[in-house]
Ligand binder design. Structure first.
Ligand code: ADP
Length: 407
């Protein structure tokens, strides 16, 4: 088997991609190196699909190889056309290496998909049935699959779900306090960012098997943000619930909200559901509180009382969630920060950990300022780690495993 795996992540107005080369095979045909040794080659995205599209592509070192804005016309107007542009560029740089499989990020796998799946017409129909569970994301994921299936006829397409990793959660972490028929009808705490958590759990286990077998809280803090309790490499609970709105505040999403607030907005304030949806998904969280931006760097640069309150609220809610998830595990061996804020926002990371000394969490100021891989002082009861997440690699590894499993 030789060629590349293409990873696609289709959002509402963006199509992200990554390309991985398969591990070289030994002369006798057996894979020379196992899964996890896929070589990252290219990545990038088309943003602004439907408005002013912009294609960026980079090599594995992050060097920008392409920056296309179609100033002379011919910009892609939908996902299929954007994929066509990506492939046109890839064909030039791949030198004839075939795409042997396409791995897709799919936000929702519902209650049943606990593992990546080879996509066929039956799976596609079931994923379509899950659209009401993630109306803002799932349709775009599915249009990405449809576009790739048309472009790569006969090439295996694999769906990798953001919810799948959490299907190991016990009932108490999976349910709401509602009568059981609602759980049976799919109203559950699905949890998201599963591909990121799975990548981190595997990486920690590869680095330190004893720690990987232990108890972790992983804080995936990006534009979307959630935390996950992991024991023995398996998800035991997540801050996100039925949708990607719950839990800690995010760039533009509110995080945990008393459901009575939504009822009040609709019944008393006379807001329509579309208006409430827009508010909770697009104009809340860091952006809503700060009135400045959804971006932590811009909020930090702006300063002022509203910015300070937004960052303070974010740190407070994340700190609470760390302690809550740690309590659900009966204590933790490590806290792992990942994603844009978790990997880079030193001041906010330090602020989140303030006051967690009672549960053995401390930060070494110099290590934290250096974004060191371990930011707790030597000999700490709970290690505090910073790791870069790589959801695209996780999707590529799953895709390779699925196609190998299917011969
Ligand atoms: P997404 O969920 O869109 O993938 P990211 O994981 O890229 O998001 O995270 C984006 C967030 O990371 C933004 O709030 C951004 O401000 C923050 N971030 C990235 N780099 C830094 C930095 N050096 N300092 C502070 N915040 C940062």
């Amino acid at each position: 088997m030789s060629g590349v795996i293409l990873v696609l992540n289709a959002g509402s107005s963006s199509l992200k991609f990554a390309v991985f080369t398969l591990p070289a095979a030994a002369p006798d045909g057996t894979p020379a190196r196992g899964a996890g040794t896929l070589e990252a080659r290219f990545s990038g995205q088309v943003e602004g699909i439907g408005a002013t599209p912009h294609l960026i592509a980079r090599d594995a070192a992050g060097t920008r190889l392409l920056d296309e804005r179609w100033a002379g016309g011919g910009a892609p107007e939908h996902h299929a056309a954007a994929l066509g542009e990506i492939i046109r560029w890839l064909e030039g740089v791949l030198g004839g290496q075939p795409v042997i499989a396409v791995g897709h990020r799919v936000v929702h796998g519902g209650p049943d998909y606990a593992e990546p799946m080879l996509i066929d017409l039956g799976v596609m129909a079931e994923l379509q049935d899950l659209v009401p569970l993630a109306p803002l994301h799932q349709p775009h994921n599915l249009s990405g699959i449809a576009a790739a299936a048309r472009r790569f006829r006969g090439v295996p397409q694999v769906a990798c779900f953001d919810t799948a990793f959490h299907r190991t959660q016990p009932f108490v972490a999976d349910t709401f306090g509602l009568p059981p028929e609602f759980h049976a009808r799919g109203i559950r705490r699905y949890g998201f960012h599963g591909l990121s958590y799975e990548y981190i759990a595997r990486r920690i286990a590869a680095e330190d098997p004893a720690l990987g077998a232990g108890r972790l809280v992983v804080a995936h803090l990006g534009n979307g943000a959630s935390l996950c309790a992991i024991a023995g490499g398996r998800s035991q609970g997540s801050s996100m619930g039925f949708t990607a709105l719950d839990g800690v505040p995010m760039g533009t999403r509110c995080g945990q909200l008393d459901p009575g607030v939504v009822l009040h907005m609709i019944d008393t304030l006379g807001m329509g559901t579309a208006e409430v949806t827009k508010l909770l998904y697009g104009n809340s969280g860091l952006k809503g509180l700060s009135g400045v931006s959804q971006d932590v760097r811009e909020i930090e640069a702006a300063g002022g009382e509203a910015a300070e309150r937004a960052l303070g609220y974010f740190a407070y809610r994340v700190r609470r969630e760390i302690a809550a998830l740690a309590a659900s595990l009966g204590g933790i061996d490590a806290l792992v920060f990942t994603a844009g804020i978790g990997e880079n926002a030193r001041a906010l990371r330090g602020r989140i950990c303030e006051g967690l000394g009672f549960m053995g969490i401390a930060i070494d100021t110099a290590r934290n300022a250096a974004n060191a891989p371990e930011i707790s002082p030597p000999g700490s009861t709970v290690r505090v780690l910073v790791r870069r997440t790589d959801e695209e690699r996780m999707i590529a590894e799953h895709t390779l495993a699925v196609i190998r499993g299917h011969g």
